[in-house]
Each structure stands twice: as structure tokens, then as C-alpha cells.
Design a binder for this molecule. Structure first.
Ligand code: F3S
Length: 65
């Protein structure tokens, strides 16, 4: 199973919620309206879909093993 390293530019996040909707395994919405990754190392493939579909491209996902 692949493992992914997650980077999130939270300043750039506009809180659209797509990541948490596509990949609830590893993305949640916070009280301030922005998203956060639940873990910075995750084996959920949907992290890639979240990164691809984020409208401001503020999620980076790197496969680390
Ligand atoms: Fe923010 Fe992008 Fe998610 S704008 S809420 S990180 S899809």
C-alpha cells in the first residue's frame, strides 16, 4: 500500500470543503472554516484526488513508499 506525505498551504486554503468531501479519511474542516489534514503521513489514495480537485491547488501529495 502506498504511503503519502501531505503538505497543506493553509494560508491559501479558501475553505471550499472539496478535500474533506472527497477524502474524509484524511481531511477535516476546522472551526475557522479552513481545512486541515488529519495526518501528514497517510496511506489513503483519496489524498491525491483531494489535491487534484482543490480549486486553489494548496494541497501537495508526495508518494513516499
Ligand atoms: Fe481548502 Fe482546497 Fe480543501 S481550498 S478546503 S484545501 S479543497
Amino acid at each position: 500500500m502506498a504511503k503519502y506525505k501531505i503538505t497543506h498551504d493553509r494560508d491559501a486554503c479558501i475553505g471550499c470543503g472539496v478535500c474533506a468531501s472527497i477524502c474524509p479519511e484524511n481531511w477535516k474542516m476546522d472551526d475557522d472554516g479552513k481545512a486541515s489534514p488529519i495526518s501528514l503521513e497517510s496511506d489513503a489514495d483519496c489524498n491525491k484526488d483531494a489535491a487534484e480537485n482543490c480549486p486553489v491547488q494548496c494541497i501537495k501529495v508526495e508518494e513516499v513508499g
